[in-house]
Write a protein that binds this ligand. Structure first.
Ligand code: SF4
Length: 468
C-alpha cells in the first residue's frame, strides 16, 4: 500500500467542487497513493493515520472556519508541519497571516511546476486531469460534478483591477491552454458531461480567442448543441470583460452554446458601455445574460437600484433575459464579511439589500413587476424600503397592510435630520437589547413612535410574504 493522503475542504458552502484538490488527488493516485476526501471537521478522519493532509482554502472572509479546520487537523498530526499543506485563494492572499498563525508556510498560487508538493517527480499538479471520483464516498454533494467539465482555456489576466485577486493568484497571463485534450481525457476517464464550465478570468484578452472558440465547437459545444436531446451550455463563469467585447469577438462567442453570457456592471459610470455591449450581444442572438453587479464598493444604493433597473429595461426593450447578481464588495483580504463602505452605505442598508436578496436566492428577477415589488419603483422608494424594519420590509405584499401604511406615514413625516438620526440609531444599536434601551432614551416623540416598529421580533424567512 502506498502513502495515505487526506484531502480536506473546510465546511463552508461552495458552488463548485475544489478543483485544486481534484488535481492533487489525481496526482497522488498517479503515484499509487491512497486518497480520501472529507468536507470540514471529520472525527473518523482525525483519528486515522495520514502521511499527508492537504487543506484547500477559498475566500478570505471564511478565515475563521478555515483556521479552525486547519487547527483541527494540524493538532491531529501533533503539529507536525511536514505532513500538512495548505493552499488555495486564502492561502495565497493571506500567506503571512497563516504563517504567523501556524508557523509553517502555505503553498501560494498555482501548482504549475514539478515538485511543488515536495515529491520528487516530473508531474505538474495543475496539468493533471481532475479526479471526478474524489467525492464519490462523501455525503457532501457537489451538485454540478456529474454534469460539467470544469476547466480553463486561459490563466491569469492582463489587467490589475483594484478589487480583484487574480493578479496575485495567477500573475502570469497564459493565452491558451489546450482545452481539447483536457476535455477529451475527462470524457475518456469519467464519461461524457453535459456542460462546459470555464473558470477563465479574462478569456477575451487572449490572442488565441478564435482558437479557443474553435476548440469549444470541436468539443461538441457549438451554438444549439444538444446531448441526449438536452441543450448543452458553455459558461465562462468568471464573466466576460465588456471593454474587450468587439464585434468580431462577440460574433465568435455567438458560435458557441454560451449560456449565460456573464458581464459585469461594476459602476453606474459604465452604463453607456454596458448598454452598448449588451445590445451587441443581442444583435448576435445572445439573449441569456447574467450580470454581476458590485455594490458597497464606490457606488451608492441609488446606483445599485439604477443598474438593476437598466437591466429590466434592456430586457423589455430587446427581448432579453438578463439576470442580475448583486455582489457585495468585500476587501480582498478581509477576514469576515462585515465591511461597509461608509458613508455611501451603512449597516441598515446593507442588511436590507441582503435580506431582499436572500428571498430572491441571490438573483434579481427579469420582470419589472417583481423588481418594483422587491426594490421599489424609484430610487427614493428603494431608500425608503431600506429604512424599513426588517419584518415590515420582508412582508410587503401586493397591497400594503395597515402597519406598512402607518410606518410609511410616520417615515414620510420625518424631516431630513430626523431620518438621519433614525438611521444613526438603527446602525448603532443593532441588537434588541441596546435598541430597546436607545428607544427609551430618545426624547423626540416622532422618532420614538417610528422606532417602536424596530423592536425586534424573531421571524423566520418562511413567514415573509414579499412575493405573495
Ligand atoms: S479584468 Fe477581471 S480578472 Fe482581470 S484583474 Fe480586472 S477584475 Fe480581475
Amino acid at each position: 500500500m502506498g502513502e495515505r493522503i487526506l484531502l480536506v475542504e473546510p465546511g463552508y458552502k461552495t458552488k463548485f467542487p475544489p478543483m485544486g484538490l481534484m488535481k492533487i488527488s489525481a496526482y497522488h493516485k498517479n503515484l499509487g497513493h491512497e486518497v480520501t476526501f472529507v468536507k470540514g471537521i471529520n472525527e473518523p478522519a482525525r483519528f486515522s493515520y495520514w502521511d499527508k493532509i492537504y487543506i484547500s482554502t477559498l475566500f478570505t472572509f471564511n478565515w475563521k472556519e478555515t483556521i479552525d479546520t486547519i487547527w483541527y487537523y494540524f493538532r491531529s498530526l501533533k503539529e507536525d508541519s511536514s505532513r500538512i499543506a495548505v493552499g488555495g485563494i486564502l492561502a495565497t492572499l493571506l500567506k503571512d497571516d497563516l504563517m504567523n498563525t501556524f508557523g509553517f508556510p502555505p503553498i501560494p498560487g498555482v501548482l504549475d511546476k514539478p515538485g511543488m508538493l515536495g515529491f520528487d517527480d516530473k508531474l505538474i499538479v495543475d496539468e493533471m486531469i481532475p479526479d471526478y471520483t474524489l467525492f464519490d464516498e462523501t455525503p457532501y454533494e457537489y451538485t454540478l460534478i456529474d454534469d460539467c467539465y470544469f476547466g480553463y482555456s486561459t490563466r491569469g489576466c492582463v489587467n490589475s483591477c483594484e478589487f480583484c485577486g487574480v493578479p496575485i493568484l495567477e500573475p502570469e497571463f497564459i493565452e491558451y491552454r489546450g482545452l481539447k485534450p483536457y476535455v477529451n481525457q475527462i470524457k475518456e476517464l469519467y464519461g461524457e458531461k453535459h456542460n462546459l464550465v470555464l473558470f477563465d478570468n479574462n478569456v477575451l484578452a487572449s490572442k488565441k480567442f478564435k482558437a479557443i472558440i474553435n476548440d469549444i465547437i470541436d468539443l461538441g459545444f457549438g451554438v444549439g448543441a444538444k446531448l441526449d436531446k438536452r441543450k448543452r451550455h458553455v459558461d465562462f463563469n468568471q464573466g466576460i470583460d465588456a471593454r474587450l467585447m468587439t464585434k468580431e469577438k462577440v460574433r465568435l462567442l455567438s458560435k458557441i452554446a454560451i449560456h449565460p453570457l456573464r458581464i459585469a456592471f461594476d459602476h453606474i459610470k459604465f452604463e453607456k458601455l454596458y448598454r452598448k455591449k449588451v445590445l451587441l450581444a443581442a444583435g448576435f442572438e445572445i439573449r441569456n445574460l447574467s450580470n454581476y453587479i458590485l455594490y458597497n464598493f464606490d457606488d451608492t444604493p441609488e446606483d445599485l437600484w439604477k443598474r438593476l433597473e437598466i437591466n429590466i429595461t434592456l430586457n423589455e426593450e430587446n427581448d432579453l433575459k438578463i439576470y442580475s447578481f448583486p455582489m457585495k464588495y468585500i476587501p480582498l483580504t478581509a477576514k469576515d464579511r462585515s465591511y461597509i463602505n461608509e458613508p455611501n452605505w451603512n449597516w441598515q442598508f446593507i442588511r436590507g439589500v441582503q435580506r431582499i436578496l436572500n428571498v430572491l436566492k441571490g438573483t434579481v428577477m427579469t420582470s419589472r413587476d417583481f423588481f418594483y415589488r422587491a426594490f421599489g419603483e424609484s430610487t427614493e422608494e428603494f431608500i425608503k424600503i431600506l429604512h424599513m424594519p426588517e419584518e415590515l420590509m420582508m412582508s410587503r405584499g401586493k397591497v400594503p397592510g395597515a402597519n406598512e401604511i402607518d410606518w410609511n406615514e410616520k417615515f414620510t413625516s420625518l424631516t431630513k435630520n430626523e431620518k438621519k438620526k433614525l438611521l444613526q440609531i438603527l446602525c448603532k444599536y443593532r441588537d434588541r437589547k441596546s435598541l430597546n434601551a436607545a428607544i427609551s432614551k430618545t426624547k423626540s416623540l416622532k422618532l420614538k413612535n417610528i422606532l417602536e416598529y424596530y423592536r425586534k421580533h424573531e421571524v423566520e424567512d418562511k413567514n415573509f410574504k414579499l412575493f405573495e
